[in-house]
Design a protein around this ligand. Sequence first.
Ligand code: NDP
Ligand code: AKG
Length: 447
Amino acid sequence: MYDDLSIEHFMKGLIKRNPHETEFHQAVREVAESVIPYIIENPRYRQAGIIQRMTEPDRTIIFRVVWEDDEGNIRVNRGFRVQFNNSIGPYKGGLRFDPSVTLSVLKFLAFEQTFKNSLTGLPIGSGKGGSDFNPKGKSDQEVMRFCQSFMTELFHHIGPHTDIPAGDIGVGNREISYMFGQYKRLAHEFTGVLTGKSLEYGGSHIRSEATGYGNAYFMQEMLKHHNESMEGKVCAVSGAGNVALHCARKINALGGKVVTLSDSSGFIYDPEGINEEKLDYVTELKTVKRGRISEYADRYDCDYYPDKRPWSVDCDLAFPCATQNELDVKDAKALIKNGCMAISEGANMPTTVDAMHRLQDAGVIFGPGKAANAGGVAISGLEMSQNSMRLSWSAEEVENRLKIIMRDIHDKCVEHGRDGDRVDYVKGANIAGFIKVADAMLAYGVS
Ligand SMILES: NC(=O)C1=CN([C@@H]2O[C@H](COP(=O)(O)OP(=O)(O)OC[C@H]3O[C@@H](n4cnc5c(N)ncnc54)[C@H](OP(=O)(O)O)[C@@H]3O)[C@@H](O)[C@H]2O)C=CC1
Ligand SMILES: O=C(O)CCC(=O)C(=O)O
């Protein structure tokens, strides 16, 4: 059985079983490139069919979400929850509300989550969910009605020991609050079933900051390992959401200079640096006014590039923090040409596989999202711990734990990704994440 375990043969079978799911194929290929050679060296995983089992979700739940808009029209969306793997803990991963959401996108995200959650060292399995609902342009009342309807079905499939969702693109504190309120009503109990909650009702300090802060800390660890630091480095950041803005704040705190931000309409380039006061403005613009990043250029008199991504500007460090496949080979070539020395992915799979190879071949230090953005889910794990203990740690305590977790993830990547003088962080993250889940699956026997 599994005589031919070449990457191409394995991928051919996966594509046949999951036709048209291009994002899922991409995420699996990136893992297979490092994990399959490791499995060949460790036959116990091969005989037990671990990689075949690990690429098949435990289950996927797809449901209708009906809600009423402000004009009284009945609207229908599709809801999903992909419960991928609960070998090392209950399913855990965010919910995404965006018109681009498909089963393929959520399967890629849930699959990535398996390795990421394992890397945190915490007892959390993997899942992801969401809907093709677009919160942009909707009133708070419409978003509330959608979230309540979505949770009315999702309620049946989640629980504090079963599956604990959180936020992702289009799902911030407002949406988590509406969904938590609805769950509480339906379950008739107050329990830590979602993370990313507000502090007043069971949230953890630093959860909203954690993904972006963690990404900056991960970059700092990679630079330190290469006898470098963040001090004075010019940084290109994409996105203007939760991850991008907190990443930008921590880059500033660590001595870097952020010169770009973006949204799905274009990017701004501010060579003077996007300082704390400017970041406060963008936070208000994006989370309260729900405006466009182009408004920044009018306010601070800098350049705005519609329909473009920020990878063509001169920078030492790059932090893709918006969405998947936002950095392709053309962008990679521009970054290499302009002297970029390191990339740390705040978003999930923002770099295409070809672009990633191109950057690594050129010697650019490359921190993959499943390691670099694991700080968010790690603090979600700590929110679960605090909820279980019915207590709340200080911001300082949580941030100290975040720093330690990011340093430990970095060290695991080095341990498993060392390649002569260089570190292949992609290989290191994939193998380190794989081992813990694979060993748990072996222990359970055939299931
Ligand atoms: N939130 C979290 O804790 C975690 C998030 N991540 C990942 O980080 C990334 C960002 O998430 P988050 O900050 O939470 O989401 P937000 O919704 O807060 O922000 C997303 C940002 O990305 C931009 N964006 C969305 N789609 C596109 C697109 N197709 N092209 C260009 N820009 C786009 C949005 O612009 P616009 O305003 O125009 O929509 C917005 O600026 C995602 O990949 C997510 O999976 C990873 C780990 C944890
Ligand atoms: O905090 C969580 O549970 C999930 C975070 C997330 O969706 C991610 O890591 O991509």
